[in-house]
Design a protein around this ligand. Structure first.
Ligand code: SF4
Length: 362
């Protein structure tokens, strides 16, 4: 591998937040010798975070399958026959129960995902009640519901949603090979709406979709050059699902995956970099290497939306063997507010059950 430019790395670069990364600079980080890259990533990581602390989130699919979008990697798209059973929107109380179980098994953030192009007006009351109820348990909240208009982003922010996840998936150049039903600028617009509403941004992508290294650099360049870096950057490894157009994609060299984590850590020094989908196929040594490269957040639980995720207990055992502890989360909501949020969400659910309008196919 030939570096296209000498990597910029000095004392200032360890904690500096930059928004002017060139593709060449990022590629130069990618293409340097692996040990040099890991050393830099670990140095940046230690300067900005407790290196032995990992944030743990649980992901709950609140509405599964039948999505009208055509993301070529996704088993939830209605366009591909993947055998996935579609499910209706979960009841608010069922989501709160899942969140309670997640909290009991150690999660500090509860992420709720719906396979929608974007939420409809009728969905907003339910999802905002879910946010209030989950938040009332003392958990940090995150949602991923597709594209958001500015009013919808404001509704979610008003309900207390902490994070909104909306990924860019890949570089602008490779994007058209992956998705045709929404544009890159649609995604950027949603991210702007989320930011303007005052929520934190969770935004990353997927590697191993047949893209080039310059596309991985291009994705990270887009993220790092946002006005504010996403607070959370999920780096997913493609999970090849039978029936999707990406089922037969060639395997990505695991070191290229680790390089992507390391470069994300260097150029977004204060963001949580999340080891996301694809962990099931990574052995413990590779996961440990991802932590060493600067990953400091994971999804925990038995399912990652619809793809398998290593069992929760396996994660905890690995944490123990590596001396990793979990990041805690203190919710800033007084007890009265928590109780009121919970009572309101339960009352809303009772009402919707009474009217028999709670469940529907989105
Ligand atoms: S990734 Fe999201 S938007 Fe794309 S098909 Fe899957 S559920 Fe739909």
């Amino acid at each position: 591998m030939n570096a296209v430019a000498k990597p910029v790395f000095n004392k200032k670069a360890i904690t500096d937040i930059r928004h002017d990364w060139s593709r060449e600079e990022i590629l130069a980080l990618f293409t340097q010798p692996f040990s040099d890259l890991m050393f830099q990533a670990q140095t940046v990581h230690r300067a900005n975070f407790d290196p032995n602390q990992v944030q743990v989130s649980t992901l709950c699919s609140i509405k599964t399958g039948a999505c009208p979008e055509d993301c070529a990697y996704c088993p939830q798209s209605a366009r591909y026959d993947t055998g996935l059973e579609k499910e209706k929107l979960m009841a608010v109380q069922a989501v709160i129960d899942e969140a309670k179980a997640a909290k009991a098994s150690g999660a500090t953030r509860f992420c709720m995902g719906a396979a929608w192009r974007s939420p409809k007006g009728r969905d907003m009351g339910y999802v905002t009640d879910m946010v209030k109820g989950v938040k009332g348990l003392g958990l940090e909240t995150c949602m991923t519901l597709g594209m958001l208009k500015s009013e919808q982003a404001e509704q979610l922010a008003d309900a207390g949603l902490d994070y909104y996840n909306h990924n860019l998936d890949t570089s602008p150049e490779y994007y058209g090979d992956v998705i045709t039903t929404r544009t890159y600028s649609d995604r950027l617009e949603t991210l702007d709406n989320v930011r303007n509403a005052g929520m934190k941004v969770c935004c990353g992508g997927i590697v191993g979709m047949g893209e080039e290294e310059s596309d991985r650099a291009g994705l990270l360049q887009q993220l790092a050059n946002m006005k504010e870096h996403p607070e959370s950057v999920p780096v997913n490894m493609l999970v090849k699902v039978e029936g999707t157009p990406m089922a037969d994609q060639a395997d990505l060299d695991p070191f290229d995956f680790i390089r992507t984590i390391a470069v994300a850590r260097i150029i977004m020094p204060k963001s949580h970099v999340r080891l996301s989908a694809g962990r099931e196929e990574m052995n413990e040594q590779m996961q440990a290497m991802a932590y060493l490269a600067g990953a400091n957040s994971i999804f925990y639980g038995e399912k990652l939306l619809t793809t398998p995720n290593p069992e929760a207990s396996k994660d905890m055992l690995l944490f123990k063997r590596l001396g990793i502890h979990q990041e805690s989360y203190e919710i800033h909501m007084d007890e009265k507010e928590q109780a009121a949020a919970l009572v309101k969400s339960l009352a809303a659910e009772q009402e919707s059950i009474k009217n028999d309008k709670f469940f529907y196919t989105a």
